[in-house]
Every structure is written in structure tokens, then in C-alpha cells.
Design a protein around this ligand. Structure first.
Ligand SMILES: Nc1ncnc2c1ncn2[C@@H]1O[C@H](COP(=O)(O)OP(=O)(O)O)[C@@H](O)[C@H]1O
Ligand SMILES: [Mg+2]
Length: 467
């Protein structure tokens, strides 16, 4: 493979995974890397800052790592990896899909090493069948991977669940906590378990029938499947998709599923016309197949809670904020006073999106001085306000009352002591707290052996300002 073929190959990868062709800077970085140029030289040649060129380069290597399922493609190994690549092992097909045969299995890395291993027949057979396996990746709907810190424990939990044949996994958490980023990181770790990996965002709230038709189309575009699969079966309540999930090991990721839930109703209630999603999720968890559906959501669907309590192969991961590793975000943004960073992480609960926004704000307003930002009595929300509005706008009147109460209580609240101005009976309040928990809006703290409830400082500020 020469540099032009390498560029063409990466361009195909970019189109199939992001829907976009490489731009001129990305091509320059690939060309420069091929010729052993340093980022600094590439930056000078193209009148860009070295930092910016590095950032773009980093994203490119991430994109390739995810698309190829490689351990890590980097500037240092990019040329070697592509030169080793057997182009015949890769075939590009229409409709935004890529077939990858054995792209990162043993022959890709070290065919010679595997030949010199003792001839264990079973192992050899396993490798042979692995090497003939096609992976159909349809990630055009997924965002590009970005800088990513830690989350090793969560990645290994998810990997274990998948290896343990969990059929339905829900990753829950506030907007910006990192559900999408985490799942993008997971793909290269587990992709060799699957025949198909398909990512769909529900940002435009597709009805179930059109989502199923779309998923079936993606599967069909990849590999000829046993005929007939009449399209109309997808729209008449049957579940032809299940037949694909049975005949192939598929991983389907549905991002942003909160769009199918109703506002102004307790968490996890479907919008009118979307109730059949509940039956779909239930069927995925209860039917016999070896595929896996991952849901990414702000809210926990009701069925999931019931299925989990019935010990079905169904699990959910509550994603909380980053810990000390979030300091990398501040390092990246060039903030001053590292001794104050942990305070910021605590206030913003390690939410990487909030931290990115606040770090930019501190740069813009206070030239990077964290102590100046923290010296104000009230928390300045800035661009966070509209993000919080999206989440809090979905609450019912009862949930809003409870949030107002928690916002006005500086210490974690004991819900057995309901204040008089809160017009909710104890069962109503319990229901409301459960719903707020399912929206990741309240935090539970144990005090004197009892559960107490509180909310993050940023949310407290937002609710207080709104009153
Ligand atoms: N572990 C992480 N390290 C660094 N940045 C992260 C991490 N997780 C998420 N981010 C960044 O935070 C932002 C929000 O993440 P995203 O995955 O989109 O959140 P969600 O899907 O939960 O709304 C993105 O810009 C993402 O790149
Ligand atoms: Mg997301």
C-alpha cells in the first residue's frame, strides 16, 4: 500500500463511520505522518497551530481505532498498520457500511508470530473461523470519538456483560456525562464478538416501525439473509428484526432514547404512539438469541426496572461523573491553579460536558484563573443553563415541587419529614423521588443509617434561579 492508497482507504473509513470525507488538513496529517513528519512540521506547512494539528490528528487515530477495531492506531504506528493491512481483507459496500474481514484479528497483527506457535489444532480452527468472519459496522450515525479519559472500570463491566450474553444493556446518566463517548470506546473492545454492529440515534424520535425497517435494511445491505423478509412485517407488529438477531450476533446501539419518552410525566413513560418500544425492549430481553441491544438514555425505561427485578439478561449501568482524571480536561484547556481543580470537579460532579463548558468560560472570563471564578458567591451557569433547561423542563409539577424543596434545603433531606408546603402524600413523594432518581437528578446519601436526598450544586443553582 502506498500513501495514496492509504489516504483513499482512510477516506472510505471516514465516510462509512462519520458520513464525511477527510478534509484537507486531515489528509495533510496522514500524508505527513506517512512521511515521518512531526506535528510541528505539518502545522508549519499548513499555517496552523501545532496544538490544533495534534487535536485533529488525535481524532483521526481514534476514528481509525474505532473503525478498524485496532488496539490503538497512533501517529507512531499508523504507517506500519496500514502497510501490513491486507487490502483484500476489506471490502467496502454501499449504504454507509463497511465489511471488515479479520481486520484486527491475528493475521492483521502478526501472521508470522502465529505461524511459529505450537500447532494446537483447536486454536488453529478457531483462528481460521475468526479470520473468515465478517464484521458489518454501520456507525455512520455515531459521533466522532473525541478525547477520552479513564472509565476503565465501566468499560470492563460492559465488556463482561456482553461476554456473558446480556441481551439488553441500558446506560443511564445526565446529558453530557459521557454515555455516547463511553459506548464509542467500548466498540473496539468487543466488536469481534459480533457479526453486525449498528449505531442509531433516536434524536428525531423515529416510530418503532421505521427504526426496525432501517435496521433490517442495514443488516440486509451487509449480507444476504434468508428470504423472504417482507418489508410490511416490520410495520404490522411482527418482529422480523428478531430473526436477524437470532441468525447473526448483532450489537445494536440506540442513542438518545429519551426522545421517545413524554415530558411532564414521570420518568420512562412513552410518548403516545411510542408505547410499542416498551414491548420491543421486553422482547429483546426475553426472547432467545445471542444479540445485544444497548440503550443510551437520560431516563430509565419502565420495562427495564421490571426486567431487572425478574433476573432477565438485562442490566443497566448508571454513569456518574469522572473523578480526578477529569483534571486532564482542565490541563487540555490550559486552566491555572491545579490545586483548585478538584473543587471544580466536585461542584460540576465530574460531568465532562459541564467541565468543558465551565473551563472554556473560565478561560474566556478570567484568563484561566479558577480562584477568581470560585470567588463569586453564586455559581455562574452560562451555557449550562440551556442544557439544564432541557432536562428540567421534562419534569411533572410534583417533581418540580420536590426539586424546589431539595434546592432550598442545604443539607441532604430526609423524605420521611415532608414539609407542610409540599403538597404531596408520602406515597406520592416516594413515587416522585423514584422518578427523579430514574432521571439521575437526585443523589442519595446515607446518614445515620437512613437514605437522604440531595441535588448537585449546579442543578440547585438552576432551580433556585428559576423560582
Ligand atoms: N471519559 C471522558 N473523557 C473526556 N471527555 C469525555 C469523556 N466522556 C465524555 N467526554 C466528553 O464530554 C462530552 C459529552 O459526552 P457525551 O458522551 O456526548 O455525553 P452523553 O452522551 O452522556 O450526553 C463530549 O464532548 C465528550 O467528548
Ligand atoms: Mg449522547
Amino acid at each position: 500500500m502506498d500513501v495514496e492508497e492509504a489516504l483513499e482507504f482512510v477516506d472510505h473509513l471516514a465516510v462509512t463511520t462519520t458520513g464525511k470525507h477527510l478534509d484537507s488538513l486531515q489528509k495533510a496529517i496522514l500524508r505527513g505522518t506517512w512521511e515521518n513528519q512531526k506535528y510541528k512540521e505539518i502545522a508549519q506547512d499548513h499555517n496552523r497551530s501545532e496544538k490544533y494539528v495534534k487535536e485533529v490528528g488525535f481524532k483521526l487515530w481514534k476514528l481509525m481505532s474505532v473503525a478498524l477495531g485496532q488496539e490503538q492506531v497512533s501517529k507512531a504506528n499508523f504507517r506500519a498498520k496500514l502497510e501490513n493491512l491486507q487490502v483484500s481483507n476489506v471490502s467496502l459496500v454501499g449504504n454507509g457500511c463497511i465489511h471488515i474481514r479479520n481486520i484486527s484479528a491475528d493475521t492483521f497483527y502478526s501472521p508470522k508470530a502465529s505461524q511459529s506457535e505450537p500447532q494446537d489444532k483447536n486454536k488453529f480452527n478457531k483462528k481460521t473461523s475468526n479470520s473468515e468472519r465478517k464484521i458489518h459496522l454501520d456507525l455512520a450515525d455515531a459521533p466522532e470519538p473525541n478525547l477520552f479519559y479513564n472509565r476503565t472500570p465501566q468499560l470492563s463491566i460492559l465488556e463482561n456483560w456482553i461476554l456473558g450474553r446480556t441481551r439488553l444493556i441500558t446506560i443511564l446518566g445526565l446529558s453530557g456525562i459521557g454515555k455516547t463517548a463511553l459506548t464509542l470506546q467500548l466498540i473496539p473492545q468487543i466488536q469481534h464478538e459480533f457479526d453486525y454492529i449498528i449505531w442509531r440515534s433516536l434524536r428525531n424520535s423515529p416510530p418503532l416501525a421505521s427504526l426496525q425497517t432501517d435496521l433490517i435494511k442495514s443488516c440486509r445491505g451487509a449480507v444476504p439473509v434468508p428470504a423472504p423478509y417482507p418489508e410490511e412485517r416490520a410495520t404490522t407488529g411482527g418482529l422480523p428484526l428478531l430473526e436477524y438477531l437470532r441468525s447473526h450476533r448483532c450489537l445494536i446501539i440506540l442513542d438518545d432514547i429519551q426522545t421517545i419518552f413524554s415530558s411532564q410525566q414521570l420518568a420512562g413513560n412513552y410518548q403516545p404512539g411510542y408505547e410499542n418500544y416498551g414491548a420491543f425492549f421486553k422482547q429483546i430481553a426475553e426472547s432467545s438469541h445471542n444479540s445485544c441491544l444497548i440503550l443510551l438514555s437520560w431516563e430509565k425505561p419502565r420495562e427495564i426496572a421490571t426486567l431487572e427485578s425478574e433476573n432477565r439478561p438485562c442490566k443497566s449501568l448508571q454513569l456518574n461523573g469522572l473523578g480526578a482524571e477529569a483534571q486532564e480536561i482542565f490541563k487540555e484547556k490550559g486552566l491555572a491553579e491545579p490545586d483548585k481543580w478538584s473543587e471544580l470537579i466536585d461542584i460540576y460532579r465530574g460531568n465532562p460536558l459541564w467541565l468543558n463548558i465551565v473551563a472554556t468560560m473560565i478561560q474566556d472570563l478570567f484568563s484561566g484563573s479558577v480562584s477568581e471564578f470560585l470567588s463569586y458567591d453564586t455559581l455562574f451557569l452560562g451555557d449550562l443553563e440551556s442544557l439544564l433547561h432541557q432536562q428540567c423542563d421534562r419534569l411533572t409539577a410534583s417533581e418540580q415541587q420536590a426539586m424546589g424543596w431539595l434546592a432550598s434545603t442545604p443539607e441532604p433531606a430526609d423524605i420521611s419529614k415532608i414539609p407542610e408546603n409540599l403538597q404531596l402524600s408520602p406515597p406520592e413523594l416516594l413515587k416522585v423521588m423514584q422518578s427523579l432518581g430514574r432521571r439521575s437528578l437526585v443523589e442519595t446519601v446515607q446518614q445515620n443509617g437512613r437514605s437522604h436526598f440531595t441535588i448537585a450544586p449546579v442543578i440547585r443553582e438552576y432551580i433556585t434561579n428559576k423560582k
